[in-house]
Design a protein around this ligand. Structure first.
Ligand SMILES: Cc1cc2nc3c(=O)[nH]c(=O)nc-3n(C[C@H](O)[C@H](O)[C@H](O)COP(=O)(O)OP(=O)(O)OC[C@H]3O[C@@H](n4cnc5c(N)ncnc54)[C@H](O)[C@@H]3O)c2cc1C
Length: 459
């Protein structure tokens, strides 16, 4: 260990998964010593199978690697530009998969583990941490399957309503893919003080025949089974729509699809038999979620069924619905833009527990938290990256851009990016628009990295 590192306070990271491993790597690159506290193999989860760091618990895909037309591909690009270990190992152990980045999972996590364990500034301590540390510098990156003891300790600090133990995700669509000649904006009974509030929801009307066909499609759709050990006593609070349909053909019409308090602005004299409502999902107004439509239908079935909804025939989905065991914070209310817990700023959070979703997004939030924590330890300021970058768009969403009341985990997608001036909207302009987003992001990300480097060199 160098003389300087000997006198630098340690950064402690709880959880050596996707986020914790990347956070550790970034911090040691900046000369900050790290202790990774990992409970496996002593304490297991229902999904992990090994004691390795950065284990991929399910699919072996990092999704699209297209950094010009795809937001997750752009995130790959940004992480590579930042010297990310997760991307380096994914590239080193990639498998042929068309435009996607698939990896040999065992070689990948063995590679991450070896690289971190061999680093002179890294120490791995095995064992569960089940209380919140009182002082020091900490990153909590314990993921969707955070151990019960630590989950309770976090809930005691944040309030139990601000920590979820499962997600119940309704699909999210891009606003510009909705047919506003069919859909109209209105809150039930025109509730609200301002016009904006009175028009807060978008409404898709259904006739009786359309409703009956929709129920048939829900009942027939392919569904995902729960993993063993995954179910909890949460079902009644947020039943999947297909389970509601199984309970009775009219159940949805008396629940999330009730047609009351609404008048079709396009056809005021036609009373809808059922109505599907969409609610704004981000401050930019580019994303809408389908209210009450959490579902365990398989992804293919979801797109097929939801595109039968009037006005949604050409809908593009920023994310599809799901229900999973998933521990995550209500980050918009709890975290500052440095990913610190407002009530205890010596604790940072990273990874899926912050309300992002997926291997890549979790590793990305680890990258950022690692750099931010190390900078703080070294007495430097590291501003959050610009919201026009994939990394900045994600962190901006979870720490403030998202609607806190309905906050659910999010994948990276272009709906999180501030719109571009002067490019065509809609399906036709998509290619040009996406290229515009990724070009803008790359330039700004490189600038952010260069500024961070310049900060290091001027000391
Ligand atoms: C069943 C399941 C399937 C999934 N499938 C996919 C998929 O196919 N594709 C995808 O992109 N994402 C998938 N995900 C999401 C995936 O878990 C995340 O994308 C990613 O692994 C999250 O990274 P993370 O670092 O936040 O958490 P993890 O990678 O889970 O890492 C958290 C680490 O913290 C450790 N830990 C937990 N509590 C403690 C404690 N108290 N003390 C010490 N250590 C602790 C755990 O052992 C683990 O190693 C899935 C999740 C689940 C639960």
């Amino acid at each position: 260990m160098s003389k300087r590192a000997e006198h630098t306070p340690e950064l402690h990271i709880i959880g050596g998964g996707m986020a914790g491993s990347e956070a550790a790597w970034q911090a040691v690159q900046m000369g900050v010593p790290v202790v990774i506290h990992e409970m496996r193999p002593q304490v297991e989860t229902f999904a992990h199978k090994t004691g390795d760091l950065a284990e991929m618990v399910c699919s072996n895909s990092f999704r699209s690697d297209d950094d010009e037309q795809n937001a997750v591909g752009l995130l790959h690009w940004e992480m590579r530009a930042a010297g990310g270990l997760i991307m380096e190992m994914a590239d080193a152990h990639s498998l042929p998969a068309g435009g996607a980045l698939a990896v040999d999972r065992d070689a990948f996590s063995a590679g991450v583990t070896e690289r971190l364990r061999a680093h002179p500034l890294v120490r791995v301590e095995e064992g569960e941490i089940s209380t919140l540390p009182e002082d020091g510098h900490w990153i909590i990156a314990t993921g969707p399957l955070t151990s019960e003891g630590l989950g309770q300790a976090i809930a005691a600090e944040t309030g139990k309503d601000a920590l979820a133990f499962f997600d119940a995700i309704a699909p999210i669509v891009y606003a510009d893919s909705l047919d506003m000649d069919v859909i109209w904006a209105q809150s039930r009974y025109d509730k609200g003080e301002t016009e904006e509030e009175q028009k807060a929801y978008l409404n898709c009307p259904m006739t009786k025949d359309q409703y009956e066909a929709f129920i048939d499609a829900l009942l027939a759709a392919d569904k995902t089974e729960f993993h063993e050990g995954e179910t909890a006593g949460y079902f009644d609070g947020c039943l999947p729509i297909e389970v509601m349909a199984e309970r009775g053909r009219e159940t949805l019409r008396h629940g999330p699809m009730k047609p009351v308090g609404l008048t079709n602005a396009h056809k005021p004299d036609q009373k809808a038999y059922a109505v599907i409502q969409l609610r704004r999902d981000n401050a930019l107004g580019t994303l809408y979620n389908i209210v009450g439509f959490q579902t365990k239908m398989k992804y293919g079935a979801q797109t097929e069924v939801f595109k039968t909804i009037p006005g949604m025939e050409n809908a593009r989905f920023a994310r599809l619905g799901g229900i999973h065991r998933n521990t995550f914070l209500n980050s918009p209310t709890l975290l500052d833009n440095q990913m610190r817990l407002r009530s205890r700023p010596h604790l940072r959070f990273a990874g899926q527990i912050t309300g992002v979703e997926g291997y890549v997004e979790s590793a990305a939030m680890g990258l950022l938290a690692g750099r931010m924590a190390a900078s703080e330890i070294l007495g430097r300021e590291l501003p959050a990256p610009p919201p026009e970058t994939a990394m900045g768009a994600l962190v901006n969403h979870i720490t403030g851009g998202a609607e806190a009341k309905t906050f659910q985990p999010m994948n990276v997608n272009f709906g999180l990016f501030p719109p571009l001036d002067g490019v065509r909207g809609g399906r036709r302009g998509r290619k040009e628009r996406y290229k515009g987003y990724t070009d803008r992001a790359k330039e700004l990300w490189q600038g952010w990295l260069d500024n961070a480097k310049a900060g290091e060199l001027t000391e």
